[in-house]
Design a protein around this ligand. Structure first.
Ligand SMILES: [Zn+2]
Ligand SMILES: [Zn+2]
Ligand SMILES: [Zn+2]
Length: 138
């Protein structure tokens, strides 16, 4: 999907920062970290706008956030079945120890039973190791 179609589908106005952020994220094979995104966007999108844009996208079910080993936020495009306030990104995430990239893997993480008085709203599973990119370089 094109950035502008994604915004239209979510009833979001087409603003330059929104289009720029989506442009950076679409078509990547890994998630993008917030610092990397800041660097790529440069001065055109200030920090506050970026922060707001990312949280809007998260709310709308466009992007999901993955916190990596270092505590940094990474963002990746959602699967098509995510919607406003309802994410279905229960797949395995992989954090490469070498290039530090976070990948969404097409592996469903097992659902689990938790004690009766707990309400689970989301579940994350982060694997660590060497990604295919770094493995083929070795
Ligand atoms: Zn999602
Ligand atoms: Zn790697
Ligand atoms: Zn993911």
């Amino acid at each position: 999907m094109e950035p502008k179609d994604i915004l239209t589908a979510s009833n979001l106005k087409q603003t330059k920062p929104r289009l720029m952020v989506l442009d950076q994220i679409i078509g990547r094979n890994s998630a993008i970290s917030q610092p990397e995104l800041e660097k790529k966007l440069g001065k055109e999108v200030d920090r506050v706008t970026l922060y707001r844009t990312l949280s809007t996208f998260e709310e709308k079910g466009i992007l999901h956030k993955i916190i990596d080993n270092a505590g940094t936020a990474n963002f990746a495009i959602c699967q098509s079945n995510c919607s406003s306030h309802h994410h279905h990104d229960e797949h395995l995430h992989f954090n490469c120890n070498q290039c530090k990239k976070v990948y969404c893997l097409d592996i469903k993480i097992p659902t689990t039973t938790i004690p009766a008085n707990f309400t689970m709203e989301s579940i994350q599973l982060l694997a660590h190791g060497i990604c295919e990119n770094c493995n083929t370089k070795a």
